[in-house]
Design a protein around this ligand. Structure first.
Ligand SMILES: [Zn+2]
Length: 84
């Protein structure tokens, strides 16, 4: 029982080795790695959804960027060949 800490996220005790200390406005709190991972995963899923929504706009911007990058690459290649 001595090796457990109160997880403020789950509102229950977990083994100490599963816990991470987190600094909050209220002070130092402990949270289990599982809840941290779950939150991170949830955020990634939301980000993925957001990426899907903006994918069309991004694809257009990226293709424009690629054209710019390739023209710049060609210029750099031309510079190196003329240099020698
Ligand atoms: Zn927990």
């Amino acid at each position: 029982m001595a090796d457990t800490l109160f997880c403020y996220h789950c509102r229950m005790h977990h083994p100490k080795e599963e816990m991470r200390s987190i600094m909050t406005k209220a002070g130092k709190r402990y949270r289990c790695k599982k809840s941290i991972e779950a939150t991170k995963k949830g955020r990634e899923e939301r980000d993925a959804y957001g990426r899907e929504v903006t994918a069309m706009n991004r694809a257009e911007a990226q293709s424009r960027a690629r054209i710019l990058a390739s023209s710049m690459g060609a210029a750099a290649a031309a510079a190196t060949t003329t240099g020698t």
